[in-house]
Design a protein around this ligand. Sequence first.
Ligand SMILES: Cc1cc2nc3c(=O)[nH]c(=O)nc-3n(C[C@H](O)[C@H](O)[C@H](O)COP(=O)(O)OP(=O)(O)OC[C@H]3O[C@@H](n4cnc5c(N)ncnc54)[C@H](O)[C@@H]3O)c2cc1C
Length: 346
Amino acid sequence: MATRQGKAAIVGGGIGGLTAANALVRHGWHVDVFERARSLPETGTALGMWPEALDALTVAGRGTVLGRRVEKLGVRQSSAAFLRWDGRTIGRIHDLARSALLLSRPALLSILAHGLPPGIVQFGTTRRDLTDLNAYDVVVGADGINSAVRDKLFGPAFRPAYTGYAAWRGWVPGTVTTMSESWGPDALFGITPRDGNLTNWFAAVRTPAGGTGSVDELRERYRDWHPAVREVLDRVEPAASLYHDLYESPPLPSFVQGKVALIGDAAHAMAPNLGRGACEAMVDAAKLSELLAEYPVREALQRYDRARRRRTQRLVRASRALAGLATARRFTALRDPLVGAALHFT
Ligand SMILES: Cc1cc2nc3c(=O)[nH]c(=O)nc-3n(C[C@H](O)[C@H](O)[C@H](O)COP(=O)(O)OP(=O)(O)OC[C@H]3O[C@@H](n4cnc5c(N)ncnc54)[C@H](O)[C@@H]3O)c2cc1C
């Protein structure tokens, strides 16, 4: 069957947008990516990339070329430890069936951007209005959690809502060999390997929105936690840490309207507890592009909505549920053995 081709405007050159651009270019589409940032980021924290994300790269990236670059830079992890705040073990996963890869966001964005022919990404271009994109066959809203494209389609009622959690995350020099996540009342702390001989860390705390996010407050918050957490926090530099309030999307009635499709956080921002937001953005991008290469635009978009909306909205709910489980104040004596047993059979 002949591959369908056309002209696509992609608003947002983040993880989803650049994956979609690679996939569409590979199918012979004319693509313009409009990215607000002036250039690719130079620093950033690590993302856990699951096998589905690597499969999406295979779709997007001239067979296995992009996937191979990601595999080369990323750090493979097939085991993980879940601990209590005092260091006691809740459970361990020794052999993830298909392991996760840890890679920093700047490294991933650089690989995706350099997979494209020059001139496709127009940096320093903020798009809020869709009317001047009329000449395109399809418009992809890949503009992240505060998506202007989603606002145009569904209005302010569908903006993401505060989850009740804020997160610090960052990196410190040196490597660790295994991923760990420690759970305590109203807070969790994660430590993972990443590329560049660095250690990635993240902390999520239940707190009102609008905190200052100071590193002193972070250290104070975890001062009674087990030594591995405190040892990382002792080495945190404010310049190598980020603070965000965490938001999640309400369920959108559709991921598509007319010739516009939403992908990634614009469609389904989720709490980071499952570590899947970026992966799902890449899977959206690959799926949408495959369908656009096979079906007329309107049909491709309807099929995309059917393929991706329910699953990703379930993940939004699951991620929120996991946040509650990890930071529970009560019933942890019951939770811990149950989680331990469940992990044992993973
Ligand atoms: C603490 C934390 C930890 C996380 N850990 C993980 C993890 O381990 N694994 C994982 O898979 N996910 C993780 N995520 C989620 C992941 O970061 C997001 O889901 C992912 O970045 C979404 O990709 P995206 O392409 O939809 O949006 P983004 O990557 O946010 O890209 C959106 C792009 O659009 C641009 N833009 C915005 N507005 C406009 C506009 N009007 N015009 C032009 N450009 C615009 C922005 O500059 C940006 O480049 C984490 C998130 C957080 C907060």
